[in-house]
Design a protein around this ligand. Structure first.
Ligand code: GRF
Length: 231
C-alpha cells in the first residue's frame, strides 16, 4: 500500500481510491506523491472497468489492492455501478480520484460521494469538455492549453474547478506533442490538487462551488502557469 497510515506530525492520512480505465500515468504520479512521508494521503485501492488496464499491474507492483469490474459482466450500467459502489462502501475511502476513468458516473453515484470525487481533465475547462481535447485545441488554434482538476458532479466535466495548469501551444505542435506536454503538467497538477483536498483547503459546497480556505499567500498550487513548451 502506498504511504504509511499517518504523516510525520501524526495526522491520519486520507484514504484514496483511484479509478482508472487505461495506462495509469496519472495513477503513477499519485503513487509517487504518496511515497513522501508528509503527503496527506495513501492510496488504498485502484478500481477499473477494464481488466487489461496497465494501471492495475502498476498498483499491484506497489501492493495496492487492484480490482476490475468489467461492464459486460453485468446486466446493465446500474448493476455495474452498484458492484463498484458496494466495493467502495467496504473500502470507505475519504477521496475518490478519477484518473482516466472513461465512464460517466450516474447522479446516484456522484451524490453518494458528494464533494469526495475529483477528476483530471486534459483541457482548461470549461473549454473542451469531453474527448479529443488536444485535437480540438489545435483546430481552434488556441495559444494556451492545459489541464484541470475539478470536483465531479453529474454533468460531464462540469464540476467546480480546484486547480489548473496551463501550457503554451507551439505553432508546429501535433496532437502527440501537445498531449505529451499537457500530460507532463497533469502529473504535476493532480498530486498538488489532491493535497489541497486532503488538507481540507478546498471543499465543494452544498450548492456545488469550490470553497477555499487557509491558503497561505505563497500558496501557488491552484495554478501552474505556464509550463514551458520545451519541457
Ligand atoms: C489523462 O489525459 C487524463 O487527463 C484523462 O485521461 C487521461 C488518462 O491518462 N482524463 P493516464 O491513464 O493517467 O495515463
Amino acid at each position: 500500500m502506498s504511504g504509511k497510515g499517518a504523516t510525520g506530525s501524526g495526522t491520519p492520512k486520507k484514504r484514496v481510491v483511484v479509478m482508472i480505465s487505461g495506462r495509469g500515468s496519472n495513477l503513477s504520479a499519485l503513487i509517487s506523491a504518496t511515497m513522501a512521508p508528509d503527503y496527506p494521503c495513501r492510496i488504498v485501492a485502484v478500481l477499473s472497468d477494464n481488466p487489461d488496464a496497465a494501471g492495475l499491474d502498476l498498483a499491484r507492483e506497489y501492493a495496492i489492492e487492484a480490482d476490475a469490474f468489467l461492464a459486460n459482466d453485468f446486466s446493465n450500467r446500474a448493476a455495474h455501478e452498484q458492484a463498484i459502489q458496494a466495493r467502495l462502501d467496504q473500502i470507505r475511502p475519504d477521496i475518490i480520484c478519477l484518473a482516466g476513468y472513461m465512464r460517466l458516473l450516474s447522479a446516484d453515484f456522484v451524490n453518494r460521494w458528494h464533494g469526495m470525487i475529483v477528476n483530471i481533465h486534459p483541457s482548461l475547462l470549461p473549454s473542451f469538455p469531453g474527448l479529443d481535447t488536444h485535437k480540438r485545441a489545435l483546430d481552434h488554434q488556441v495559444r494556451i492549453h492545459g489541464c484541470s482538476v475539478h470536483f465531479v458532479t453529474e454533468g460531464m466535466d462540469e464540476g467546480p474547478l480546484i486547480a489548473q495548469a496551463a501550457v503554451p501551444v507551439a505553432p508546429d505542435d501535433t496532437e502527440a506533442s501537445l498531449s505529451a506536454r499537457v500530460l507532463a503538467a497533469e502529473h504535476q497538477l493532480y498530486p498538488m490538487a489532491l493535497r489541497l483536498l486532503a488538507e481540507e483547503k478546498v471543499r465543494m459546497s452544498g450548492t456545488g462551488e469550490s470553497v477555499f480556505s487557509r491558503l497561505s499567500g505563497g500558496d501557488d498550487s491552484l495554478v501552474i502557469s505556464p509550463i514551458s513548451a520545451a519541457s
